[in-house]
Design a protein around this ligand. Structure first.
Ligand code: UD1
Length: 460
């Protein structure tokens, strides 16, 4: 793809350029500024409970795939065009800033087209100020090393979910020939002669480490084997995009991924897989409120663990062409038990939403969180709204109550925030959720989407 250029800085520091195929106006991307992320640290959300949800919601492209695709753009000196991008998400904007800092030129359009062009890497340092806002920034490490031979990335540090180390990323890159030191809070990595292949057996399934090493291996000499690799649909999606860029990858979606390194990758166009966590979130919302909602442009096959449980709990979920129709049968859902696990198990990113749904169940349910040590921070807030949840270690028992009551609550992380919004949808009276900037990181147009199916919700 060649380009005509007209760069102008945006308020949020993301550089915008115009891209056009010569003589092919049909493919010209007419750029407009992607929607701004509206929230400030002071924004709140007010929800008035009691309405059943009915209508249609369009599911966005997956945040957890989009971010990884953006990092993969570093691997090639040609443009990567991404479609179905959730361009309104805070995390996408933050990562765009990180990449822009490295010299990647980025254009985003409000209808979900983004073009990233890393013609030249002008800087290989991802500073603390940018990385601290979003852990996924650490995924520039593998691509930077592979393409540029040098990278300095701030250690992301702990987060609300626990310590969250990155040792698996670092050990894997070391096995591929990188020299890595941790100095002054930075991962300083060097591979001046390029990376070479390695056989890497992960002691623990890690989504991030699998992605970082898969990207790095696309440009390494020889064939790298990743064993005990993560199998998440977002990793498969990332691998498919890399293959379109010229990478040689086998075994996507299985615990053993083989990557045969190539000398260079080229440009490509790829459409981001639908967001299964957003899909599951709205399914749990319907489980709570009742009603019938058509989730447009999404799938059931990548949510088997969730859907099995929702059926058991008494919900009706059917794929209908490119949409999924979700309905609650009866006045209440039944209590069920679950354990979070790496894919294809129940996703940790849906645990808080499912727990919220169980607060009003018939009977009781038990949830075991096995991925993160500290992911029950929504529990005290739900209990303040009248839920009956008891936590012991990494297990929670949720006894169904007859009603929740509106309250002022505090969001602590992305999925906990949305769980409190769901609680607000059924609570009596008014619920105010504070610190909703977390929500804007990962849920595109949530107010508009919920309002369109009958919820009473507004940003204040
Ligand atoms: C995890 C989730 C992912 C979710 C994301 C955000 C899993 C397997 N992964 O991905 O679905 O979208 O959080 O909530 O469910 N670990 C190490 N060393 C490392 C890397 C990870 O010990 O170098 C540990 C983590 O602390 C954690 C586990 O491995 O206990 C899984 O981590 P990982 O999959 O890497 O986390 P994310 O990629 O953030």
């Amino acid at each position: 793809m060649s380009k005509t250029k007209k760069a102008e800085p945006l308020k949020n520091d993301i550089r915008v350029e115009e891209w056009a195929e010569p003589n092919e106006t049909a493919q010209t991307i007419e750029l407009v500024q992607a929607p701004e992320v509206k929230s400030s640290g002071l924004d709140k959300m007010r929800v008035r409970g009691g309405n059943a949800l009915n209508g249609e919601i369009r599911i966005s492209g997956a945040k957890n795939a989009a971010l990884k695709h953006m990092c993969a753009a570093i691997l090639s000196d040609q443009p990567l065009q991404l479609q179905n991008m959730p361009v309104g998400l805070g995390d996408v904007r933050t990562l765009a800033q990180v990449l822009s800092h490295l010299g990647v030129r980025i254009a985003m359009r409000s209808d979900g087209v983004a073009v990233l062009h890393a013609r030249e890497i002008t800087n290989s340092v991802a500073p603390y100020d940018l990385v601290r806002k979003m852990r996924a920034s650490v995924l520039v490490l593998g691509p930077l090393l592979a393409r540029h031979g040098h990278a300095e990335v701030s250690l992301p540090g702990g987060c609300a979910l626990g310590t969250r180390p990155v040792d698996l990323h670092i050990n894997g890159l070391r096995a591929m020939g990188a020299e890595i030191e941790i100095e002054n809070g930075y991962i300083k990595a060097e591979a001046s002669n390029g990376l070479h292949s390695a056989e890497i057996m992960f002691p623990k399934v890690s989504v991030g480490a699998t992605e970082n090493l898969m990207m790095a291996a696309t440009l390494a000499k020889g064939t790298t084997v990743l064993s005990n690799a993560a199998r998440e649909p977002e990793i498969v999606d990332q691998g498919e995009a890399l293959i379109k860029m010229g990478a040689r990858i086998d075994g996507l979606g299985t615990p053993e991924i083989k990557i045969e390194g190539v000398a260079s990758l080229h440009g490509a166009t790829h459409s981001v897989v639908p967001d299964r966590i957003e899909t599951g979130t709205y399914m749990c919302a319907v489980g709570l409120t009742g009603g019938e909602v058509r989730l447009k442009n999404t799938r059931t096959d990548f949510l088997s663990a969730l859907i099995g449980l929702l059926h058991e709990a008494g919900m009706d979920i059917k794929q209908d062409g490119a949409d999924v129709v979700v309905k609650r049968n009866g006045a209440k859902i039944r209590g069920v038990d679950l354990m979070t696990e790496p894919y294809p198990g129940f996703p940790t990113d849906l645990q808080a939403q499912f727990m919220t749904m169980l607060t009003l169940c018939d009977g009781a349910g038990m949830i075991n969180e096995t991925i993160f040590e500290n992911r029950f921070m929504h529990v005290p807030e739900l209990n303040r709204m009248g839920a009956d949840i008891r936590v012991q270690g990494n297990a929670a028992i949720i006894r169904g109550v007859d009603k929740l009551e509106g309250a002022e609550v505090m969001a602590t992380d992305l999925r906990a925030s949305v769980a409190l919004i769901l609680a607000g949808l059924v609570a009596e009276g008014e619920t105010t959720v504070n610190r909703i900037y977390h929500l804007d990181r990962g849920y595109e147009n949530i107010v508009e989407k919920l309002t369109s199916v009958g919820a009473d919700i507004e940003r204040i």
